[in-house]
Design a protein around this ligand. Structure first.
Ligand code: MN
Length: 342
């Protein structure tokens, strides 16, 4: 089995869950009871969006020790890049969010300190206050050794292409670390177009619409003309964008109001990297490999929402050359995370 580094792997702290259980607005964690009287924990992320958190899933999310390490050992995963699961802290009152982000980052740093060869971290950021979030990102990278930050897409109904958020991207570029752009429920207008079919609103379709649109907004805003060394990490094989890339280029160029200096695909190729999280199928992977090349693709599972065994079986067996497989499984990640040779 090939050694692997997995880049989109999630956790919750007990303190974060306790906060969500006590929180009155959105997001919050509520306990209700099923027909048999068993307690069911449900995340209410925003109006119109809820997600059941089964006990075994919650147990995996909160385990940053023996149980998680045993699964990693079984699957040949030498390291996980850890990030707080959603909902994060960005939709909380700004002061609560900042305090909780700091505590979460400090706790993650302790977990990494206990197993520094097995875990690395992305910062939790309360980016409704972009300047505060930029400072926290800097603290996490400089003082806690974190490898970047995680953005749970839009915040207070806004996408991050708005210039007031650019200080956060500027900080990431100057620190030399990537930002993960993670999907979230679509904003209410888009959510409304899907809500007749609740199964479509989340990971089946809504998440990829949200994250894909968000990534395209960042490209079209000129963000990468301002910060050409900025790197954005997209999961789920690039949220559909690689499949559409040629058509985006050809039609974007003919559109009024297209202000960026280069083709959208050029920014996507230079400023984005993609992971295999939750997309363990050969045809989609082959499309992305042919479109972007092996240097832009990184292994990830999206643990524990996706199966570590399934992600492992996929990357070990997808019919590609061993040199490409090695890059995707670990060599690209070692460079991205600036890991020392061992
Ligand atoms: Mn995820």
């Amino acid at each position: 089995m090939m050694n692997k580094i997995a880049l989109e792997e999630h956790f919750f702290t007990q303190e974060h869950l306790a906060y969500l259980r006590a929180h009155k607005g959105y997001p919050r964690l509520e306990t209700s009871f099923d027909d048999a009287g068993n307690p069911v924990e449900r995340l209410l992320r925003m109006p119109g969006s809820s997600q059941v958190l089964p006990g075994p899933l919650l147990a995996r999310l909160t385990d940053l020790g023996a149980g998680r390490l045993a699964e990693m050992d079984r699957c040949g995963i030498e390291m996980q890049l850890l990030s707080l699961a959603g909902p994060g802290v960005e939709e909380l009152d700004v002061s609560d969010g900042a305090v909780l982000a700091r505590k979460t980052n400090d706790e993650l740093a302790r977990a990494i300190g206990a197993n520094p060869d097995r875990f690395a971290g992305l910062a939790t950021l309360a980016y409704a206050d972009p300047k505060g979030a930029a400072d926290e990102l800097a603290r996490c990278v400089k003082h806690l050794g974190f490898k970047g930050g995680k953005l749970n897409s839009h915040v207070v109904g806004e996408y991050l292409d708005q210039p007031k958020y650019w200080c956060l991207f500027e900080a990431a570029e100057s620190l030399g670390v990537p930002l993960m752009l993670h999907p979230k429920d679509p904003l209410p207008g888009v959510l409304g177009t899907l809500s007749d079919y609740p199964g479509l609103t989340q990971a089946a379709w809504g998440f990829t619409i949200d994250a894909g649109s968000h990534a395209m907004r960042l490209i079209c805003s000129g963000l990468f003309d301002a910060f050409p060394r900025l790197r954005i990490l997209l999961g789920h094989l690039g949220e559909g964008i690689p499949f559409w890339l040629a058509r985006i280029d050809s039609h974007f160029a003919r559109s009024p109001g297209a202000k960026i200096r280069r083709k959208p695909s050029e920014y996507f190729r230079e400023n984005f990297i993609v992971t295999t999280s939750g997309m363990f199928v050969d045809p989609a992977f082959m499309c992305v490999l042919q479109t972007l090349g092996a240097d832009s693709i990184y292994f990830a599972v999206d643990y524990p929402y996706e199966s570590m065994d399934e992600g492992t079986r996929f990357i070990e067996s997808v019919p590609i050359g061993e040199k490409d497989r090695d890059k995707i499984c670990r060599t690209n990640a070692r460079r991205l995370l600036a890991l020392k040779p061992h």
